[in-house]
Design a protein around this ligand. Structure first.
Ligand code: P6P
Length: 337
């Protein structure tokens, strides 16, 4: 074990001293970290403990729930409901907010999360993750309601994710840059391995589910076509493409080496009256906080994601995020129409 490593707890206490925080948030983060360690263990054991496959139910999104979707949601609730840091919780897997039971004290933070993003990958042993966002309970609010969660991304106290990949990592921001921690299985601690992450402003790697191509709006199709034309087209350089169907893995790759991740609105979604595939509160906003803090840009194509005033807990939005110059190019194409 490398004794010189900084644990995530040590890092957060040192951050807390810098900003003169009370320690409440550090304690909340510790409980979130514990939940992610438990989830990492469950995901890593997979079929050995019979947690793979579907649960035979649907979530509020109408998506088939995996057993792990429900199990990991329970892990997050049980880890964060008792300590008195949360005023309420909300999750992709629960239609309504989770009110803290009367037997526990209520705290000053709202925790909203996707307990296992990309869970369709668990059955095929591909990386999945947890995404979480921490908001403040408004002053004077004793019993938070769903309405109290509907704050724009710019009000987030923390945005973070855990990535259950070849190694388990946590990446988070509290507004002072982005730092990455790797789970040292020998001691059961996340240790600082990727301080001050920064996204290259340029990239030649894009991520999109191309099976939706026939439904894309013209500006998006123009951008992707130019990437595909590569050195024979207006960009004058070849591009690479990736699609993992796990937002956490895509965003992590972008933090490591740059890139642009796109899940745009399309004509098919418009026909169904939805505004995108990904959810604002527990996917787009926390990931936008992280990407922006690492020097990237996050847009719907028409507006900054973190400026959106949420209308609904499970609101969907178009997502175009990553390397600054590429996202700004896509936004410019939307402006040109
Ligand atoms: P598709 C996973 O369900 C998710 O919410 C994101 O993690 C991922 O980027 C996207 O949806 C995958 O969507 O259409 O490829 O299944």
């Amino acid at each position: 074990m490398n004794n010189s490593r900084t644990t995530i707890t040590q890092f957060m206490i040192e951050e807390q001293r810098k900003i003169g925080a009370s320690g409440d948030f550090t304690s909340l983060l510790n409980d979130i970290v514990t939940a992610c360690k438990v989830i990492s263990n469950l995901v890593n054991q997979g079929d050995l403990i019979g947690v793979l496959g579907t649960a035979g139910s649907e979530n509020v999104q109408g998506e088939t729930q995996k057993k792990l979707d429900i199990i990991t949601n329970d892990v997050f609730i049980e880890s964060n409901e008792w300590a008195g840091h949360c005023g309420a919780m909300a999750s992709e897997e629960m239609e309504e907010i989770y009110e803290i039971p009367a037997k526990y004290p209520r705290g000053k933070y709202l925790l909203v999360f996707d307990p296992l993003d990309g869970s369709s990958n668990t059955d095929v042993n591909v990386s999945v993750g947890t995404i979480f966002s921490v908001l403040r309970v408004a002053d004077g609010v004793e019993n938070p309601t769903a309405e109290d969660f509907l704050q724009p991304g710019t009000t987030q106290v923390c945005g973070g994710y855990a990535l259950y990949g070849p190694s388990t990592m946590m990446v988070l921001t509290t507004g002072n840059g982005v730092n990455g921690f790797t789970l040292d299985q020998n001691i059961g601690e996340f240790v600082l391995t990727h301080p001050s992450l920064s996204i290259p402003e340029d990239t030649r790697e894009f991520a999109i589910n191309s099976s939706n191509m026939r439904h894309w709006e013209a500006p998006l199709k123009r951008y992707v076509d130019e990437c595909l034309e590569g050195s024979t087209g207006p960009r004058g350089e070849d591009f690479n493409m990736r699609w993992i169907a796990s937002m956490v893995a895509e965003v992590h790759r972008i933090l490591m080496r740059g890139g642009i991740f796109m899940y745009p609105i399309d004509e098919k979604m418009k026909g169904k009256g939805t505004e995108g595939k990904l959810r604002l509160m527990y996917e787009a906003n926390p990931m936008s906080f992280i990407v922006e803090q690492a020097g990237g840009v996050c847009s719907t194509g028409r507006e900054r994601i973190m400026d959106i005033k949420p209308k609904d807990l499970h609101q969907r939005v178009p997502v175009i995020m990553g390397s600054k110059n590429e996202v700004e190019r896509v936004v410019a194409y939307h402006k040109e129409g």
